[in-house]
Design a protein around this ligand. Structure first.
Ligand code: FMN
Length: 195
C-alpha cells in the first residue's frame, strides 16, 4: 500500500486539502496529515476545522476521512516522515504558503513540513506543491524555480473552468484529480477534457 503525506499550510485554498483528503481516503493509501499552526488558522476560517495540537484531533474533517488518516504534529521532527529511511511514497503540500515554499527551498528542515519535503526531494519521492499566492514576488518565483529544479512538481492552485463546475467543491475536485494524477492515481470525473 502506498503512503501519502498531506501537508496543509497557511495559504488560502484549504478546500483543496479537504477535497484531496476525501478523494485519497477512497483509495488504497496509508494517509498521514500534518497541519501547520497557520494552516489550522486558515482552515478554521475557510472550512470551520478546529485543530487540537495536544490531542492531534481535527474536528470538521469529512466523515469519510475519519479514522483513515494519521495526524502528525507540525513540530514533531521525530515523526517517521522526517527520516529518509521512512520517506512517504509521495507528499502533497496543499495549499502551500510562500512561507513553506521558502523554508523548503532553503532546505531548513526545522519543522515537519519542510523536513518531510526535503526528505522527499533527497530520496527522489514525488513532492507536489500546490502553491498559492497572488501576486507572487520575485523571491517566491525564484524559490519555486529552485524547487522545480530540485524535482518538485509545482501546481499553482489554478483549477480548470472549461467543464463549467457547478460548485466550489466540484471545482476543487477537478483540480485535486490533477494532483492525484501526479502521484499515479487516476480518478474519473466529468471535468476531464474530452475534446
Ligand atoms: C486568512 C489568511 C490567508 C492567507 N493566505 C495566504 C496565501 O494564500 N498564500 C500565502 O503564501 N500566505 C497566506 N497567508 C499568510 C501565511 O499564513 C503566513 O505567511 C504563515 O506564516 C504561513 O505559515 P506556514 O507556512 O507555517 O503555514 C494567509 C494568512 C491568513 C491569516
Amino acid at each position: 500500500m502506498k503512503e501519502l503525506l498531506i501537508a496543509v499550510t497557511g495559504a488560502s485554498g484549504t478546500i483543496y486539502a479537504e477535497r484531496l483528503l476525501r478523494a485519497a481516503a477512497a483509495q488504497d493509501l496509508r494517509l498521514g496529515l500534518v497541519i501547520t499552526t497557520e494552516g489550522a488558522r486558515v482552515a478554521a476560517q475557510e472550512l470551520g476545522w478546529a485543530v487540537d495540537f495536544d490531542s492531534l484531533q481535527v474536528s470538521g474533517l469529512p466523515r469519510e476521512v475519519e479514522g483513515k488518516v494519521l495526524h502528525f504534529h507540525p513540530d514533531d521532527l521525530s515523526a517517521r516522515f522526517a527520516s529518509g529511511s521512512s520517506a512517504p511514497d509521495a507528499m502533497v503540500v496543499i495549499p502551500c504558503s510562500m512561507g513553506a515554499v521558502g523554508r523548503i527551498a532553503a532546505g531548513l528542515g526545522n519543522d515537519l513540513v519542510s523536513r518531510a519535503a526535503d526528505v522527499c526531494l533527497k530520496e527522489r519521492r514525488t513532492l507536489v506543491l500546490v502553491a498559492r499566492e497572488s501576486p507572487m514576488s520575485i523571491i517566491d518565483l525564484r524559490n519555486l524555480t529552485s524547487l522545480a529544479e530540485a524535482g518538485a512538481v509545482i501546481m499553482p492552485a489554478a483549477p480548470p473552468f472549461y467543464e463549467k463546475p457547478q460548485s466550489l467543491e466540484e471545482l476543487a475536485d477537478y483540480f485535486v484529480a490533477r494532483v492525484l494524477d501526479q502521484i499515479g492515481i487516476r480518478v474519473e470525473h466529468p471535468g476531464r477534457w474530452g475534446g
